[in-house]
Write a protein that binds this ligand. Sequence first.
Ligand code: ZN
Length: 113
Amino acid sequence: MALRDRYDFESLVNVAENLVLRELEAQLARMGAGAKGASGAGAKGASGADICTCQDCVLDMAAYALNNVKPSYRVSLMGSFAAGRADEAGYANEISRVVREAVEKVRANPSHD
Ligand SMILES: [Zn+2]
């Protein structure tokens, strides 16, 4: 019998995924990429103006970042996580750096024209 049939792996989560997506969102917002309407619609020239935020590009950024950051799997029971890692700050820095790299990579070489 398969392990997946015997055990519930739903509570096994990669914490890096949430952290990467949150960081990606923050960085894109900071660069003014993908800002729809709201503030300064039509105001070109922001540094993020040439960053594509279509489905493909954003998923490429997330995939790149997740492949280059150390995974951090936890067992989440009732939505509660065990105490944070000892190097929480170092990990946050690593994620921030890798996400920046991911955005730059995809911007320079999007998977579409
Ligand atoms: Zn795109």
